[in-house]
Design a protein around this ligand. Structure first.
Ligand code: AGP
Length: 697
């Protein structure tokens, strides 16, 4: 996915350097969303003129290019709108020509930045090329820019408003998107729209806003109907190409931005894909919903709807609330650490406390998850629980599947969202589907959620990002409260998701007297966890020595375990793969003799997770199988385990309850992957080919 940023200032004198700095900083805060290339589009010196700065690679390169340009950065603007974008390439390689903003024509009458995929871009490109429009880039986004110009040029008579024009454009597009449009035909205006990709708007004023919401303005019925396609041959003026009329526009003036004296007031708007880009400017934000179109002009923000909800759909909210962000700027800064990933690994003693805060009463051994309260009995009566997630979030579900089944006695299945959809898995009204996601914006998981919603299942969200699509579209859920996770490799979100899922299982089973002792054991284990995580972190030097010693320059690494530790192996392998680019595989130890044992010899590095639980003897058997083939595994084991053969390389971790042990065992693997990446000189926070949240299929 990509990072979008727009900056609109009204009656606030800003010089061009300030505008560029705000844009580039906004991109830098979202660089984890995509960092193949970046670009900005700002007003030029003459009316209608636009300047572009585009650079392949990290945002720092763009900042340098702007600093070295001979553009007059001292020029000031009383009001201006500008847009910016950091890209994760989907259509067309990273290159300056494929960098957003993309233009409609050489004079840049329309420019656009986009996050998502226009799935009918190829068809649009062919139609527009047949009508003589020239494409420069290989992107899908350029079709939206040129289509905007085509529709504008086709309008005879009175030209549409910017909002009406964009509405017509979006009616022709298929796929998922978050767009911001800027145009020389509509100076000092932007129109932004979302369908399937996140978008929020920060509001900054000197005076307090009159109200903390913005009305949603509904068009009349006639303008809702999907008119003839703009690309159909021009027909009678009554067709789409005639000046659209909006007799039915039910415009309810946006009351939020009227000042006491009714005069326009200085104001700034910050449009972004992620709150991390807004927090340094303002905490007042408004989240756009799917099919919202926001129009910023004249110091006002108006929200329209691209289309009404389908008949029978959930009633449409009549306004969008201006909320207050809970995150702090410090949370999205690296502080004393070299990388966000390192910071987030070290934050885990605190983040796990934040996940449990206000929810676990250790004295009474009670769990209270407010977001589930009204649904507990429905979930308990569920025929089965289906977890749906991707990547690390999937692993947190694997890690807690067994304890879920033990405590709830409900069958649990864990699905990779993409495969779940590929199989068109049968889902029924009495199913409980749980969607685990750090970003809450992962396309595969969102599509799986909507698939389950359509089939009437109860949908529960376990999400880190407040206001995200999954957290808003599920019936109920739990925010894991891990704080913003910036590093692409998920670490503190994993341990917090793990704990959040454990808390759900504990709360669901609070009515089972027979499980009281087991529940108390787990809850007490949770109480000791933060201190135990801290103890594991204290062994960091040893993990660094492994990365620079015995595991340095290895081509592959096998991790094996079973039971609760299978998830540890899967997650550890993913960490190593995604940031040190070293092949690594998590293996269920019980599967060794069914094939993977063939990989074992004295040259194959192995980590075996052998912490004490009911399966310890079986893992010992796996240990014997591999050492009989001359493997010299590193053993993750408990501090007090005296059964470990002498001379073995060990990673000692504190003991805890079996279903919690994975929360400690993963820490060494997180740090090991980090040190391997640093040793290899790779970009830990922005690993190649990846992005923090995959908002495209
Ligand atoms: C994990 O380190 C990766 N960043 C990736 O596997 C991630 O967990 C996956 O894309 C799911 O993201 P989500 O939790 O935001 O849905």
């Amino acid at each position: 996915m990509c990072g979008i940023f727009g900056y609109c200032s009204f009656l606030q004198e800003k010089d061009r350097k300030t505008v560029c700095d705000i844009l580039v900083n906004g991109l830098a805060r979202q660089e984890y969303r995509g960092y193949d290339s970046a670009g900005i589009g700002i007003d030029g010196d003459k009316p209608g003129e636009m300047y572009f700065f585009k650079e392949v690679g990290k945002v720092a390169g763009l900042r340098k290019k702007i600093a070295e340009s001979d553009v007059d950065t001292s020029k000031t603007f009383i009001s201006q709108v500008s847009i910016a974008h950091t890209r994760w390439a989907t259509h067309g390689p990273p290159s300056v020509v494929n960098c957003h903003p993309l233009k409609s024509d050489p004079d840049a009458h329309f420019i656009v930045v986009h996050n998502g995929i226009v799935t009918n871009a190829v068809a649009l490109r062919l139609v527009l090329q047949k009508r003589g429009y020239k494409f420069e880039s290989e992107t899908d986004t350029e079709a939206a820019a040129i289509l905007t110009k085509y529709i504008y040029d086709s309008q005879t008579g009175k030209k549409p408003t910017f909002t009406e024009l964009v509405k017509q454009v979006l009616h022709e597009l298929e796929g998922s998107f978050a767009f911001v449009f800027k145009s020389s035909h509509y100076p000092n205006e932007v129109v932004t729209a979302r369908r399937g990709s996140p978008l929020l708007i920060g509001v900054k004023t000197e005076k307090k806003l009159k109200v903390d919401f913005v009305d949603v303005e509904f068009a009349g019925p006639e303008s809702d109907a999907k008119s003839n396609s703009a690309l159909a041959p021009p027909t009678s003026p009554s067709g789409l190409l005639a000046p659209p009329s909006n007799p039915g526009m039910l415009r309810s003036q946006s009351r939020a931005f009227m000042s006491e004296d009714g005069l326009p007031q200085p104001i700034e708007f910050f449009i972004a894909s992620d709150a991390a880009a807004i927090i340094e400017h303002t905490k007042r934000v408004l989240y756009l919903e799917d099919d919202d179109i926001a129009h910023i002009s004249g110091g006002e923000l108006h929200i329209h709807r691209l289309r009404r909800n389908e008949e029978g759909g959930a009633p449409q909210a009549q306004h969008r609330t201006i909320e207050t962000l809970e995150i702090e700027l410090a949370e999205i800064m690296k502080g004393k650490f070299d990388h966000f990933m390192q910071k987030e690994i070290y934050e885990q003693p605190e983040s796990v406390v934040n996940t449990m805060r206000g929810r676990v009463n250790f004295d009474q051994a009670r769990i209270t998850l407010g977001g589930l309260r009204a649904y507990l009995n429905i979930i308990r009566r569920g025929r089965r629980i289906v977890f749906c997630a991707c990547g690390t979030s999937y692993h947190s579900a694997i890690a807690t599947r067994a304890i879920f089944e033990e405590l709830t006695e409900i069958p649990v299945s864990v699905e990779l969202a993409s495969d779940f959809l590929d199989r068109k898995t049968p889902i029924f009204r009495d199913d409980v589907c749980v969607f685990v996601s750090q970003s809450g914006e992962t396309a595969d998981t969102i599509l799986a959620l909507r698939y389950c919603l359509e089939r009437g299942a109860l949908c529960v969200g376990v999400v880190n990002t407040v206001g995200s699509t999954i957290s808003r579209e599920t019936h109920c859920g739990v925010h894991i409260n891990a704080g913003p996770e910036i590093g692409v490799a998920s670490t503190k979100a994993y341990t917090s998701q793990y704990i959040a899922l454990l808390m759900v299982a504990l709360q669901l089973s609070e009515d089972r007297i027979s499980l009281t002792e087991r529940r108390n054991q787990i809850i007490q284990g949770l109480h000791a966890l933060p201190g135990q995580i801290k103890r594991v972190l204290d062994g960091d030097k040893g993990f660094q020595e492994l990365a620079t010693g015995v595991l340095a320059n290895q081509r592959s690494l096998l991790l094996m375990g079973r039971g609760y530790q299978y998830a540890t192996c899967l997650e550890g392998a993913l960490k190593i793969k995604e940031i040190s680019y070293m092949h690594s595989e998590g293996i269920l130890a019980g599967e060794l003799k069914h094939g993977p044992l063939a990989l074992i010899d004295e040259n194959m590095p192995v980590i075996i997770v052998m912490t004490q639980d009911s399966l310890y003897p079986k893992v010992q058997s796996a240990y014997a199988q591999i050492t009989a083939r001359k493997a010299a595994p590193i053993i993750i084991c408990n501090e007090e385990d005296e059964g470990i053969p002498k001379g073995c390389q060990t990673i000692r971790v504190p003991s805890t309850v079996d279903c919690l042990q994975g929360l400690l065992n993963i820490i060494p693997l997180q740090l090991l992957s980090y040190h391997l990446a640093v040793k290899n000189g790779f970009d830990v926070d922005f690993p190649r080919n990846l992005a923090k949240s995959v908002t495209t299929e």
